[in-house]
Design a protein. Structure first.
Length: 243
């Protein structure tokens, strides 16, 4: 499936874990982050407009804090702050290889980055900058997957690319079920009804309601992001049934 003529503006969701060192090393591994930045720069060089939403799971998740007795909302705010750290790491790695970027946070942090202003983000994209959105939707009890779906909708992105460390969506956990098979395409409703692990349900529903395809792919594999966009890489596309 070639996406090139269909997609001009894309939103890339980066889970925090893709910035981590192999085998659970550093939370933000500069070498790994630099490799991810190279993949992004390759795609940017092809003329795509790029928005990025970064997760924070490599550093902190509110739900893990809550499991250890912390108030959930406090933990979630800590998780959102973690996404700002990741956003700065991705910004730094991209700018070191000459890609112009801006970070916008849903939680205003004037001396660190810009606040999220949709029209301003639009202008950055027009000027060829990559806009990195931090702090998810800015409220506890959400995830950066929902943040990614929301930003994809309001920035009018043609697709949401979810860069992870697996190569797509499987009908069962491939680590536990040897016969698990990867979908090339799968509908939003199947993802929701079978509880397939793509993104959380509210993010899937938001993409479905706004007809934004979700492309799940492995961003840690060299050249794969660009390859998926040109129709050669390995991925799963979540979209409406009739397409
Ligand atoms: N978070 C939140 N609201 C948001 C986005 C994130 O409360 O809109 C918190 C939440 O605690 C979450 C953490 O930030 O667990 C890190 O984000 P996420 O788990 O989505 O990161 P990822 O799994 O993509 O690395």
């Amino acid at each position: 499936m070639t996406f090139a003529p269909r997609f001009k503006r894309i939103l890339l969701k980066l889970s925090g874990e893709v910035l981590m060192g192999e085998g659970g090393g550093l939370s933000i591994d500069p070498a790994v982050t630099a490799r991810v930045a190279e993949e992004i720069a390759d795609v940017k060089a092809q003329g795509y407009e790029l928005c990025i939403v970064v997760g924070g799971g490599n550093i902190f998740r509110g739900i893990s804090g809550a499991a250890r007795g912390m108030e959930r909302a406090t933990g979630d705010y800590m998780g959102m702050l973690a996404t700002v750290m990741n956003a700065l790491a991705v910004q730094n790695a991209l700018e070191q290889i000459g890609v112009e970027t801006r970070v916008q946070s849903a939680i205003p942090m004037a001396s660190v980055c810009e606040p999220f202003i949709r029209r301003r983000a639009e202008r950055h994209l027009e000027k060829g900058r990559v806009v990195i959105f931090a702090a998810g939707v800015g409220s506890p009890f959400f995830t950066t997957d929902s943040g990614a779906a929301l930003r994809a909708a309001e920035m009018k992105c043609d697709a949401l690319f979810k860069g992870t460390s697996v190569d797509g969506v499987y009908d069962a956990d491939p680590k536990k079920v040897p016969t698990a098979t990867r979908y090339d395409t799968v509908s939003y409703s199947r993802v929701l009804s079978d509880d397939l692990k793509v993104m959380d349900a509210s993010a899937i529903a938001l993409c479905r309601d706004n007809n934004i395809p979700i492309v799940v792919f492995n961003i840690r594999e060299h050249g794969n992001f660009a390859a998926v966009l040109s129709g050669e890489g390995v991925s799963t596309v979540v979209q409406n049934e009739q397409e």
